[in-house]
Every structure is written in structure tokens, then in C-alpha cells.
Write a protein of this length. Structure first.
Length: 148
């Protein structure tokens, strides 16, 4: 498994309940651009449209050697899941406060592009501050123990 990119901001902004692996429908030049690492998952999310789940606002830069120079950097991309998984995700998203956030984009062992989706709940400002405070305290105590 070769990781292309991670969404580090998602772990700070959201509390991840559980994760799901999904395929993604891409064009050929988008896959080549992913191999070069020209992608960003910041501010992207997944939504339910009918009986499909789509990835919205995921930035994939245009491939530099592509024949057709069409701007499809932030187009909506279909996510490939089994019907049972889609139904479970639709049920969870319909509950209050849960959203689908892409956590990482990677190539599987067989060479397919996969997205790890997290079913997440948005953190409040107080929770974010508490997490930062705890992280600072932990870092300081480790530094103190290191030099003793």
C-alpha cells in the first residue's frame, strides 16, 4: 500500500467514529497526476446523492502531459462501495452531526486508487483547545523526563 496523501486537518477538526475503504472513479490523466502526488484532501467531504456517495471538493491537479487540457481539478467524483456499505453510511449520515470525511488516499496492492472515509463528528472549539493543551503538557513532561 502506497499512501498518496493524508488529511491531517480532519483528525484535528473531527472525532472519527469508524473508517470505511472505498474505491474512486477517476480518469486516466487523474491517476497519472496522483502518481506524481498532485492532490489535496483539505476541505473535501463526501455526500449522498440518491443511492450514490460522491467525493466533493477534492483537488487533483491536471496532469502536465495530458492531451486535453480541461480543468477538472475539483469535480465531483463517484465513490465505489458495496450496496450494504452505502446503506449503512446513509443511515449514519442521516443521524445528527455525522459527516463523511476522506482521511487518506492511497494505491492498493493491486494498483487501484482507494479512499479511506471516516464517519466523523465535528469537534467543538473547547474540545480542540483541550486537545492542544493536553498535547503541550505531554510534550513538556516527555522533555522533562528526557533530561533527568
Amino acid at each position: 500500500m502506497k499512501i498518496i496523501t493524508k488529511n491531517k486537518k480532519a483528525f484535528f477538526d473531527y472525532e472519527i467514529k469508524y473508517t470505511v475503504e472505498a474505491g474512486i472513479a477517476l480518469t486516466g490523466d487523474e491517476v497519472k497526476s496522483l502518481r506524481e502526488g498532485n492532490v489535496s484532501l483539505v476541505d473535501s467531504f463526501a455526500t449522498v446523492h440518491g443511492s450514490e456517495i460522491n467525493l466533493i471538493n477534492c483537488y487533483i491537479a491536471p496532469y502536465s502531459h495530458a492531451y486535453h487540457k480541461v480543468d477538472t481539478t475539483r469535480r465531483t467524483r463517484k465513490l465505489l462501495l458495496h450496496r450494504r456499505e452505502i446503506d449503512k453510511l446513509i443511515g449514519d449520515v442521516s443521524r445528527k452531526g455525522l459527516t463523511l470525511i476522506p482521511l487518506k488516499l492511497y494505491f492498493s496492492k493491486r494498483g487501484y486508487v482507494k479512499v479511506e472515509l471516516g464517519v466523523a463528528k465535528h469537534k467543538k472549539k473547547v474540545e480542540k483547545k483541550r486537545e492542544l493543551r493536553e498535547r503541550d503538557i505531554k510534550r513538556e513532561t516527555e522533555r522533562e523526563l528526557k533530561y533527568r
